[in-house]
Design a protein. Structure first.
Length: 136
């Protein structure tokens, strides 16, 4: 069989696999701030925490494409108690991110730069040994 056909078949299979994994895996984490929201004297829905959600579109665990959106947690109150919650997604804030091994390119560059050259601005940090105090 011709090498060109094998390579093209492999690339097409890889692409199809990535989109299938993105569609099959129902992994949509939602990350929220942890602000306490109370339903005292509330008989309605109240906005609470700011959230972000990530929806994988293409997944190979090496290269991933994710749709990241911001949202707002809405707490549903009845009789001074939280009876449920929902998330209002701001679709205008959605961004598509290309990630390698779970991190964006900027994160990988920052990690490599930190490993090679140290943390930016760390030369300005004064070292203090355990038990030492700078108070008079």
């Amino acid at each position: 069989m011709d090498k060109k056909i094998i390579i093209i078949s492999g690339i097409i299979t890889f692409i199809i696999f990535g989109f299938l994994m993105g569609a099959i895996i129902d992994f949509k984490p939602t990350f929220c701030t942890q602000k306490g929201c109370y339903c005292h004297n509330q008989l309605e829905e109240i906005p609470c925490n700011n959230c972000g959600s990530s929806d994988p579109l293409f997944m190979t665990f090496i290269i991933n494409v994710e749709k990241d959106c911001s949202s707002k947690e809405i707490v549903i109150c009845e009789n001074d108690k939280a009876v449920g919650k929902r998330f209002d997604v701001d679709y205008g804030s959605c961004k598509y991110n290309l990630k390698f091994f779970g991190g964006t390119i900027d994160n990988w560059i920052l990690s490599i730069r930190t490993l090679l050259f140290g943390y930016p601005g760390s030369e300005d940090i004064e070292e203090v040994s355990v038990g030492q105090t700078s108070l008079p």
